[in-house]
Design a protein around this ligand. Structure first.
Ligand code: AHR
Length: 496
């Protein structure tokens, strides 16, 4: 089966910048993300810097990850940063009450995280503790990170081996304060936010971009109260969390690999809801902030399935299939198309947790289909969004339908156009045609991530089943571009 559809795009209309930080990531002290993910046993026989595994670092550097959010998530509101500095053998141990009740030794703390960011060449995004931490504790952490001079916290930092401040910019004030971060009402939290944010100081040369804990899913009331109660200038960004749950039910989310077409369809439908969710929160923000000065920060997103059988339910370890690749491509297209408001996003979570880019098993490491999509999409970072007019054919399942194809396009600083197209239909090839008037281009090339089945995945025995490869089904004929999108595909085109 096949369908044809027209797409209108004019590079002269490129305006808003797609912030590179939309391509950000999240690493929580959860399951095997930090411990046994980034930070491994000293005896593990792989290249390491200190205890940071370098195969993981090198893979993430290749896709230019722009930022990394840490230490949570729910963990952030129980994390006391002073437990994670100083000689490692003297650091107190703690119980990770949110995630599996395991004991951790605090061997990965502020200095180790900042070393990781420096190896990755990415910006840190720190989530401060509001739920169980004090105003003083947060204020002192900022001083420890950012003050260049003589002060108790700067002196302590120097004593621990770091002379110069790190100049951290992105600063989260709590996480999910409506839930694991303290079960607050938006009214109560908005006041608390102002109090914590007041003492999270801007030190010379280090102005903070303060990000308030935001709503989840469709809860626009939280966004409304925050926008109403926090004056302009006190909040750089407001967060939003939305996870794709395959079945839509938290009690039984669905398997990461064993699902039929009905569940595949509901997953993609739930994934595409991100567009409407972002629109609704943006509309509320527009009422109070028509000039779009406050950023919408989607600092947790991705598919959340049941854990892999036999693994610790508190560790949130799940496999990653072709379906995940389609979720990544579609969601990133949505964020690109809303880049006038969405300035940061963080996929949850980088390694071994939820929709991961990388899975590890002792010395082995594999790149997931999601990783390969981020590799393709890095072309959009800091490019200008080209608005696209396009009506997709439907992908129909029973009496429901969703758009089969989604798209975003950008123009980079060298004048190169990139168009990312996703076809979620599992059986239809779709031909997309576009007349590129007013645009100079002499040729088209492309890359694709695809696989015959939506539940194909990379395993440690077959780690390259799904990768990216050259895409040759895009043709130029005069000013007309014709693209044949195979079923279940994520395609990135380059026109220059
Ligand atoms: O990413 C897993 C968890 O999901 C985070 O800790 C929390 O913020 C969210 O509920």
């Amino acid at each position: 089966a096949q369908g044809t559809v027209m797409l209108n795009l004019n590079a002269a209309g490129a305006k808003d910048t797609i912030s590179r930080h939309i391509y950000g990531h999240f690493s929580e002290h959860l399951g095997r993300c930090i411990y046994d993910g980034f930070w491994v046993d000293p005896g593990l026989n792989i290249p390491k810097q200190d205890r940071i595994r370098m195969d993981v670092v090198n893979a993430l550097k290749k896709i230019n990850i722009p930022n990394l959010r840490w230490p949570g998530g729910c963990f952030a509101d129980e994390y006391h940063w002073r437990d994670g500095i100083g000689p490692r053998d003297q650091r107190p141990k703690m119980v990770n009450t949110n995630w599996g009740g395991v004991t951790e030794d605090n061997s990965f703390g502020t200095h180790e995280f900042m070393e990781l960011c420096s190896l990755l060449n990415c910006e840190p995004y720190i989530a401060g503790n509001v739920g169980s931490g004090t105003v003083e504790e947060m204020a002192k952490w900022v001083e420890y990170f950012n003050f260049d001079g003589i002060s108790p916290m700067a002196n302590l930092r120097k004593q621990n081996g770091r002379e110069k401040p790190w100049k951290v910019t992105f600063w989260g004030v709590g996480n999910e304060s409506w839930g694991c971060g303290g079960n607050m009402t938006p009214e109560f939290y908005s006041d608390l936010y102002k109090r914590y944010a007041t003492y999270a100081r801007d030190y010379p040369g280090s102005p903070l971009k303060k990000i308030a804990s935001g709503a989840s899913d469709w809860n626009t009331n939280w966004t409304e109260v925050m926008m109403k109660n926090v004056p302009a200038g006190q909040m750089w960004g407001l967060s939003l969390h939305y996870y794709t749950i395959p079945t839509g039910k938290w009690s039984h989310k669905g398997s990461a690999t064993q699902f039929d077409e009905k569940e595949y369809f509901s997953t993609m439908k739930n994934c595409l809801a991100m567009d409407e969710i972002v629109k609704r929160h943006s509309a509320v923000m527009d009422k109070y902030d028509p000039k779009k000065k406050v950023a919408l920060v989607v600092d947790e997103w991705g598919v959340w399935t049941d854990v892999e059988p036999g693994t610790n339910p508190g560790f949130l370890y799940q496999q990653n299939t072709m379906r995940d690749a389609l979720i990544a491509g579609s969601t990133l297209n949505i964020f690109n198309n809303h880049c006038e408001r969405v300035k940061i996003a963080s996929l949850a979570q980088t390694i071994n947790v939820l929709q991961a880019l990388i899975l590890t098993e002792k010395e082995k490491m594999l790149l997931t289909p999601t990783y390969h999509v981020f590799d393709l999409y890095k072309a959009h970072m800091d490019a200008r969004l080209i608005p696209v007019q396009f009506t997709s054919p439907d992908y129909v399942s029973g009496d429901e339908k969703i758009p089969a194809v989604n798209v975003s396009a950008s123009l980079d600083s060298k004048g190169v156009i990139h168009i990312s197209l996703v076809n979620v239909d599992p059986s239809k090839k779709i031909t997309v045609s576009s007349i590129l008037d007013g645009t100079k281009w002499s040729g088209v090339s492309g890359q694709i991530v695809t696989s015959p089945k939506f539940n194909d995945y990379n395993s440690f025995d077959n780690a390259n089943k799904i990768t990216s490869s050259k895409f040759t089904a895009a043709k130029k004929n005069g000013n007309k571009l014709t693209v044949e999108l195979p079923p279940l595909s994520v395609v990135m085109l380059e026109l220059k």
